[in-house]
Design a protein around this ligand. Structure first.
Ligand SMILES: Nc1ncnc2c1ncn2[C@@H]1O[C@H](COP(=O)(O)OP(=O)(O)OP(=O)(O)O)[C@@H](O)[C@H]1O
Length: 608
């Protein structure tokens, strides 16, 4: 049963994150290089922003002129000019706002598309060990939810922050010009407004981060369980799992409520403080007008500027919360991007010889999986598979057969000994060049939600349609493919045609034939096929093995009998090596395994 959401977190992890989250909006710097790639759009947005702010700031000036001079009969022509001017300002405001909105939204979408692509590129290179430690659901949440949050920040919040900043400064400057005395009064009030809001903002950010963590945990729980829906239903665990999910969702609800409460309090305080300050200043100014110190127009102009400045401030507090959420998301993405790909090509890779054709050598290899450091999966294993040789690997379940494949493909690095492919140690070779030399046909063929042709072409994107068809033919797959509703263009997998076990295997074989690598790693399927399907798969396998060095984890007697050599693995050690006849004669582990099968049914599992 999978661990309930949130339980797999190390204690102290949240506390450590909280400590970090007390920092500021710095994580958003992650976005800087992405934004700088589109300088022209960013500059256009900035210009539009300044123009629209300037247009807004002209309005109070016009109001003052109107009040102080406009309302007398002899000034009628003047008032017409003012209103015409105001229309023009309105048009400018509309156009510049539209340009700003377009540019900033474009930037947000573009930047986040680039971030997503980069994060995925990075994820695709991370090692098998990383995926053993991390829930795929959590990664999906980062790729989707976190990037969406950042998009909102980049496309709306940043633009609002900039607009408000420009307007706020502009309004302050114009306030000073309008009335120095009233401005000084406001300047005294501003810190009283800002300081508590900034301090409270930090708390909001901490709660945002917790809320996001809870969302990630619950979505990771859901995706893990839904991907194992058949197991869940077969064990009738639906209610249990659903209850656990409901609990996880409730925790994320509670966290969201805590965050929202704090944001609500922050918004209320901001509005009250700002509104109170304006009323106070207005009250003071009203006395000045009555005493004739300033005109009514000046007070109106001043108050409008103050209202603009105040509106900017109160929006700031809103946006600041959003920016803090985005900063939390950016921080999580940065953490993900900072995880190194443990398995990498060396800086100066050694080239494979052109002529050598698929030799695999294990020299005293010992290996433990990172998650089970005290349990050796392989111990002191040595063997050579020469070019063109067919080597069967047999042994009880859990003896280390698949581990041999994992090491040849360099999904992990062995702690001791050397693994060489065509006499080049695997960790000295370029990773792509190494894996290009190897075809893997595993027990469970993964079929992607793509067309038949794309599924076969998976490892060889440059192959022509003719090559794909030829490979399918060689793998005895073309007959059933041509009978599919749209032949080679039929959509397979999720929401497409579902293939039978034997058909999937033949697709996998076609993939391997198309890849045409000198080394074939074949994990024979244990699931029994019907006789006809079995025969087709066997013939297809014979074809793909021809002319290649083949290492096959064998489950069928026929496979081991036809092998040039058999390696018997037991408890991570190579305990016997030889042909079928030799090993039967030796009367060891192999003889026992083979005996079991011969006594039992003919197609029993030899290796498990
Ligand atoms: N990713 C992993 N992390 C930790 N331990 C692992 C991992 N994969 C396999 N093991 C352990 O390493 C040992 C060898 O596993 P391996 O998969 O190579 O066995 P196998 O012979 O292929 O078994 P089977 O025939 O059942 O597939 C087993 O004890 C297994 O529990």
């Amino acid at each position: 049963m999978p661990a309930p959401a949130g339980e797999n977190r190390k204690p102290g992890e949240i506390a450590a994150r909280e400590a970090r989250s007390r920092a500021n909006l710095k994580p958003l710097q992650l976005l800087r290089p992405y934004v700088l790639k589109y300088k022209a759009v960013a500059i256009a947005a900035l210009i539009a922003l300044i123009v629209s702010s300037a247009a807004t700031l002209m309005l109070p000036f016009a109001v003052r002129e109107m009040i102080d001079r406009g309302f007398s009969p002899e000034k009628q022509s003047l008032i017409n000019i003012y209103f015409a001017g105001l229309f023009a300002v309105g048009a400018l405001l509309g156009i510049s706002s539209a340009i700003r909105f377009y540019c900033v939204s474009w930037l947000g979408e573009r930047v986040i598309a680039d971030v997503r692509a980069d994060v995925f590129r990075h994820l695709s290179r991370l090692s098998a060990a990383f995926y053993e430690k991390t829930h795929s659901g959590e990664i999906m949440s980062r790729l989707n939810a976190d990037t969406t949050q950042i998009k909102a920040a980049v496309s709306t919040s940043v633009s609002q922050v900039l607009r408000n900043a420009v307007m706020f400064i502009g309004a302050l400057v114009l306030m000073v010009f309008t009335s120095l005395k009233l401005s000084l009064l406001v300047l005294v009030v501003i810190p009283v407004i800002i300081v508590p809001l900034v301090l409270y903002g930090r708390t909001v950010r901490r709660y945002s981060r917790i809320a996001q963590d809870e969302v990630a945990a619950s979505s990771s729980f859901a995706s893990e369980n839904l991907s194992a829906i058949r197991t869940m239903q077969a064990f009738t665990s639906e209610t249990l799992v659903a209850n656990r999910y409901a609990a996880a969702v409730s925790r994320s609800f509670d966290a969201a409520v805590s965050r929202t409460k704090r944001r609500a309090i922050m918004t209320a305080s901001a509005i009250f403080l700002i509104f109170g300050a304006i009323v106070g200043v207005l009250w003071y100014g009203a006395h000045d007008v009555m005493e004739g110190v300033i005109t009514g127009g000046i007070l109106a102009q001043f108050v409008l500027y103050a209202v603009i400045a105040a509106a900017c401030l109160s929006e700031f507090s809103e946006i600041f919360g959003e920016m803090q959420q985005a900063a939390g998301a950016a921080e999580r993405l940065s953490e993900l991007m900072a995880i190194p790909a443990e398995i990498r090509s060396p800086a100066d890779p050694r080239a494979f010889p052109d002529h050598a054709k698929g030799e695999v050598t294990f020299e005293s290899v010992s290996f433990t999986y990172p998650l089970r450091p005290d349990h050796p999966a392989l111990h002191n294993v040595s063997f050579i598979a020469r070019p063109g040789e067919r080597v069967a690997i047999v042994g009880p379940s859990g003896s280390g057969k698949s581990t041999i494949f994992n090491l040849i493909l360099r999904f992990y690095d062995a702690q001791q000994g050397r693994i060489l492919v065509d006499r080049v140690p695997v960790e000295r070779a370029d990773l792509t060049a190494l894996r290009k030399r190897i075809s893997l046909v595993s027990q469970d063929t993964i079929i992607f939600a793509e067309t038949v042709i794309d599924n076969i072409r998976y490892g060889s994107p440059d192959a022509s349609d003719e090559d794909v068809r030829a490979a399918a033919k060689a793998a005895l797959a073309n007959t059933f493919i041509e009978q599919l509703p749209e032949g080679y263009n039929t959509l397979l997998g999720e929401r497409g045609v579902v293939l039978s076990g034997g058909q999937r295997q033949r697709i996998a074989i076609a993939r391997a034939i198309l890849k045409n690598a000198p080394i074939l790693l074949l994990d024979e399927a244990t699931s029994a096929l019907d006789q006809e399907s079995e025969k087709l798969v066997q013939t297809a396998l014979e074809r793909v093995m021809r002319g290649r060095t083949t290492l096959v984890i064998a489950h069928r007697l026929a496979t081991v009998i036809n092998a040039d050599r058999i390696l018997v693995i037991d408890g991570g050690e190579l305990v016997e090596e030889g042909t079928h006849a030799q090993l039967l004669g030796a009367g060891g582990v192999y003889a026992r395994l083979a005996g079991l099968q011969l006594e039992g049914h003919q197609e029993g599992a030899l290796a498990s």
